[in-house]
Design a binder for this molecule. Structure first.
Ligand code: MN
Ligand code: MN
Length: 323
């Protein structure tokens, strides 16, 4: 693999130096001729007009870039060097218009559709969870996608505030309505928290989505839940979405809608490591809100989970190349 797509080594330049990019990868912005060679494109999506409570996720990409300077090049448990398996780069940020929600969704979809069109697998960092709707629009294939969704919320509510359909609580309902996802190949992991109504998630269940509430997660444990996720999505093309509020707020308080009683970062690592081999076509990690992340710990958790996800994508890129 060419050195042009290797991260800056901390043995050459210490981690606190240079301009922050995701995992110290080369910054390959729009218009850069190297774009055509990138196989996994990390992209920030600095948008939080979909938040219904605490805002700030628009600042997530910058904070995760900074925290991701800690990431080294080898994943010991997988025995893998992901940056050798796939050419990875920081593609900069998706375009947004902070004065217009719908215009932002169109700009985000266009920014990420350009990656798909170039054969690049997008790994996006939000931003609030509404960004997953334009990211799924951009990922659209001949067939609806499967979904592995880590979250404390189902995000399948219909409307808020008297009929408004676009918030970070609605993206997966909209995506199923738009035919972007196959609900029977969708699994949500870690759903918990107080509810508006005991029937809040009945729509998701009626569609055939597999909803793993936190109590079932407690009984099964991370490895069995990962196996269940692989069973639900099968061999078909699949999207991975990780809401940082899936993690217990003891570890990740810097988010818009925290819910106690979640899994730990280590348990999330165990689940993610169990997903190697799934046919992921794109992924995101969302809802890091730096203004509520006073210790920087939430961004640190996010950066390390981002590395776990990147390894899944790199394994997939390498497998596709091998045919
Ligand atoms: Mn969410
Ligand atoms: Mn959530």
């Amino acid at each position: 693999m060419s050195d042009a797509f290797q991260p800056i080594s901390a043995n050459d330049r210490p981690r606190f130096t240079e301009i922050a990019s995701f995992m110290r990868l080369p910054h390959v912005p729009e218009g850069d001729p190297r774009r055509a060679q990138v196989e996994i494109g990390l992209m920030g999506v600095p948008f939080d007009l979909g938040t219904t409570n605490r805002p700030g996720a628009r600042h997530g990409p910058r904070q995760v870039r900074d925290a991701s300077a800690l990431i080294r090049r080898a994943h010991r448990a997988h025995g893998m060097y992901p940056f050798d398996l796939a050419r990875c780069a920081d593609m900069g940020d998706a375009l947004v218009n902070p004065a217009d929600l719908q215009d932002s969704l169109a700009r985000i979809a266009a920014s990420v559709a350009a990656l798909h069109a170039a054969g690049t697998v997008p790994l996006c960092v939000g931003g609030d969870h509404l960004i997953t709707l334009p990211l799924l629009r951009a990922a659209k294939r001949d067939q609806p996608l499967g979904l592995i969704h880590f979250d404390s919320h189902s995000d399948t509510w219909d409307t808020y505030f008297g009929g408004w359909k676009y918030t970070h609580g609605t993206p997966f309902r909209r995506a199923i309505e738009e035919g972007l996802l196959d609900p029977k190949r969708c699994i949500q992991i870690g759903i918990r928290g107080s509810m508006y109504d005991l029937a809040d998630n009945s729509w998701a269940e009626q569609q055939g989505m597999r909803v793993v509430y936190i109590e079932e997660y407690w009984r099964m444990g991370p490895e069995a839940v990962a196996a269940e996720a692989r069973r639900v999505v099968g061999d078909g093309p699949t999207y991975l979405s990780f809401d940082i509020d899936a993690i217990d707020p003891a570890f990740a308080p810097g988010t818009g809608t925290p819910e106690i009683g979640g899994y730990s970062p280590a348990e999330a690592q165990r689940m993610l490591r169990g997903l190697m081999g799934v046919d992921f076509v794109a992924a995101d990690l969302v809802e890091v809100s730096p203004p509520f992340d006073q210790t920087g710990g939430t961004a640190m958790v996010a950066a390390n989970l981002l590395f776990e996800i990147l390894c899944l994508l790199a394994g997939r890129v390498a497998a596709r190349r091998a045919g």
